[in-house]
Design a protein around this ligand. Structure first.
Ligand code: HEM
Length: 206
């Protein structure tokens, strides 16, 4: 029972931590502290937040291998769903603040900013993974579940491409995210993945 409570507290803490940036940005907007374009402020911050969520979600498997701490594995689905929530809110900010819900503009917008298509594909991918992240889908999909959810790697690639296309001047920030993404993906390479548990063993002895 005590363990149950411990994990519930952990899950609630993660939930609150994921919610806090959204509350903070909304508060900034409500208090006129979000600069001259509050809509764009929300769009860009929530976009970056979505990328953070995706990177955090993908770092949980290597962290579990490295530490064997159950807590990381327990919040994988939760953070995956937060990634989807951020991405959906980012898309809604775009529809509301940039398009002004004028869907007739979407065609010319896509021609002007083709990276929007890349973002849309990434969002659809995240939605598919979100919908199939429950126990029922896991049972139904059986062996196909794991390969399906490996599409999250491709989604990460799409999000980085989307972001790359958006950046006009300073590539530094993009490069930092791409480096972190590359490191997280490198932990999936079989020789590196095999080393992680050994590394844990060595760390626990020192
Ligand atoms: C329907 C889907 C999407 C649409 C319409 C969309 C649209 C946009 C737009 C208009 C921008 C700002 C471009 C500018 O500076 O003018 C942007 C930036 C960005 N988006 Fe998306 N996006 C979508 C999906 C996604 C997804 C799924 C993610 C990540 C999970 C994402 C992450 C980002 C990031 C990181 C930026 C850059 C923010 C910055 O420059 O600070 N987007 N997106």
């Amino acid at each position: 029972m005590a363990t149950q409570h411990k994990w519930l507290a952990w899950r609630v803490a993660v939930f609150l931590a994921a919610l806090t940036p959204l509350l903070f940005w909304s508060w900034q907007v409500a208090n006129n502290a979000a600069g001259p374009e509050p809509g764009r402020y929300l769009l860009l911050n929530i976009g970056i937040g979505g990328l953070w969520m995706l990177l955090l979600t993908l770092s949980l498997t290597p962290l579990t291998k490295l530490t064997r701490w159950k807590g990381f594995a327990l919040i994988r689905r939760q953070l995956g769903l937060w990634t989807l929530a951020y991405a959906t809110l980012h898309m809604l900010s775009y529809a509301l603040f940039i398009l002004g819900l004028n869907w007739a503009l979407l065609g010319s917008e896509i021609v002007k900013r083709p990276y929007i298509i890349v973002g849309m594909i990434a969002l659809i991918g995240l939605a598919v993974l979100g919908v199939t992240s429950n126990k029922w889908s896991m049972r139904k999909l059986g062996k196909r579940w794991k390969p399906l959810h490996k599409f999250s790697y491709a989604i990460l690639g799409l999000v980085l491409l989307h972001f790359f296309w958006v950046v006009r001047a300073d590539m530094g920030e993009w490069a930092a995210y791409a480096l972190v993404a590359a490191l997280i993906m490198a932990t999936r390479l079989p020789p590196v993945a095999r080393t992680l548990p050994k590394l844990r063993y060595r760390l626990s002895r020192t």
